[in-house]
Ligand binder design. Structure first.
Ligand SMILES: NC(=O)c1ccc[n+]([C@@H]2O[C@H](COP(=O)([O-])OP(=O)(O)OC[C@H]3O[C@@H](n4cnc5c(N)ncnc54)[C@H](OP(=O)(O)O)[C@@H]3O)[C@@H](O)[C@H]2O)c1
Length: 371
């Protein structure tokens, strides 16, 4: 059986994709970076929880931002001769990247080079992990077949993800490769059990903060107003649903050229989500407030600096377990409402809703994942 090439295997979603493929008996070749002198093979082994054996799991060292991806001609040859399907999950998930050239190279130029490089071989299908938030600042119903409709964006991440979708689909159409696009909303799950993942991000940091408040207030009311868009939907999906859908739809024989929204149709509001978190952690008094004045006074081009990121992760103690108040329900991952079943056909859409603030600044605290 030909191996599936997976990029992003050290990441939150990619490692689950690799595990799922291996469990289904599909050999995998993971394209991954060497970092801090740590070889890619070690990093993938640590992330997936299984060492490369050259038969079921092979690791090839590559960096999407480097010319030729840093691959030796012999590696290109081997990949061309074997790979028919790519599941592309690599990507810098910062909302406000510091270096825009390498950010774009990693999302657009590198993947295009990989696609072009493999097309002269056996490549037939390219499965692209995009995001539901390529819709940017649109509100109302967003359909799967819609891409660039001239929308504005909250950040560079949303913009580059749409650019990548468009570029890869265009190249696929010219080169005869079936490009399939997957658009998850905010992916949640427990922090990775294996090494290498970073469980810190804005939302999990927030949950930790509420956990700390619950503990210090010892059950008392904590009057705290949180700037948000109370009625906007908060669309979260579990990582196992996303990876099951990606693998099934990438392999589905009739899925050619499809774009799939991997989202919850009726997402709870931000207010309802806050209520779930506070109830679970046993703290009262927190409320969601729309603060239009603050938002509209934010200077153009403002972005959160490193200090904001450091400050929040210090306050929230990212990486520490959330302790619960005595008598409160046992902690566990925040669960999304049941996602739709994995259906290879049929339209699905999502409604970002007015004031959807998913794109609000996270300042390097993570991508759109929630762990
Ligand atoms: N998580 C979400 O909520 C969510 C939602 C919608 C869409 N997505 C999309 O799903 C994909 C995976 O997200 P994730 O949450 O798993 O991200 P993640 O945990 O940050 O993982 C990103 C992966 O991409 C790799 N990568 C980044 N730049 C690279 C480069 N230049 N060359 C080679 N590999 C590179 C990283 O490798 P290193 O370990 O070497 O850094 C890592 O394996 C992304 O495309 C993201 O946009 C995520």
């Amino acid at each position: 059986m030909p191996p599936v090439l997976v990029t992003g295997a050290t990441g939150f979603i990619g490692r689950e994709v690799v595990r799922r493929l291996l469990a289904a008996g599909r050999p995998v070749v993971a394209l991954a970076r060497r970092r801090r002198n740590r070889p890619a093979a070690d990093r993938v082994a640590a992330a997936v929880g299984l060492g490369p054996d050259g038969r079921r799991l092979d690791v090839v060292e590559a960096d999407l931002t480097r010319p030729g991806l840093g691959l030796e001609p012999s590696a290109w040859r081997r990949l061309r001769e074997t790979v028919e399907l790519v599941i592309h999950g690599a990507g810098d998930t910062s909302f406000f990247p510091e270096a825009s050239t390498s950010f774009r190279a990693g999302h657009v130029d590198g993947p295009l080079e990989l696609l072009h490089g493999l097309t002269t071989g056996r490549l037939r299908v390219w499965a692209q992990l995009s995001t539901a938030y390529v819709c940017g600042r649109r509100s109302g119903l967003v359909l799967e077949h819609e891409g660039d409709v001239g929308q504005a964006f909250h950040n560079a991440y949303e913009r580059v993800k749409l650019e990548a979708e468009t570029a890869l689909r265009g190249a696929g159409a010219r080169l005869g490769v079936d490009v399939r696009v997957f658009r998850p909303s905010i992916v949640v799950g427990t922090a990775p059990e294996t090494a290498g993942g970073s469980p810190a991000n804005l939302f999990s940091g927030f949950i930790r903060l509420v956990g700390m408040l619950a503990e210090s207030a010892n059950g008392a009311e904590v009057p705290l107003r949180i700037v948000a868009a109370p009625q906007a939907p908060f669309n979260i999906v579990p990582v196992d649903f996303v990876t099951a859908a990606v693998v099934a739809l990438a392999l589905y024989p009739d899925g050619a050229g499809r774009i799939s929204h991997l989202v919850v149709a009726d997402a709870p509001s931000q207010q309802a989500t806050l209520a779930m978190i506070t109830e679970r952690l046993g703290v009262r008094g927190l409320s969601c407030w729309m603060c239009v004045a603050l938002v509209s006074r934010t200077p153009r081009g403002w972005r959160p600096g490193r200090a904001h990121a450091r400050g929040l992760s210090r306050v929230s103690g990212a990486g520490r377990p959330v302790r619960r108040r005595r008598g409160a329900a046992a902690p566990g991952p925040v669960r999304a409402p049941a996602p739709p079943p994995v259906l290879p056909c049929g339209p699905s859409a999502h409604r970002p809703g007015p004031g959807d603030t998913r794109g609000s600044p996270s300042g390097g605290l993570g991508g759109d994942r929630v762990r």
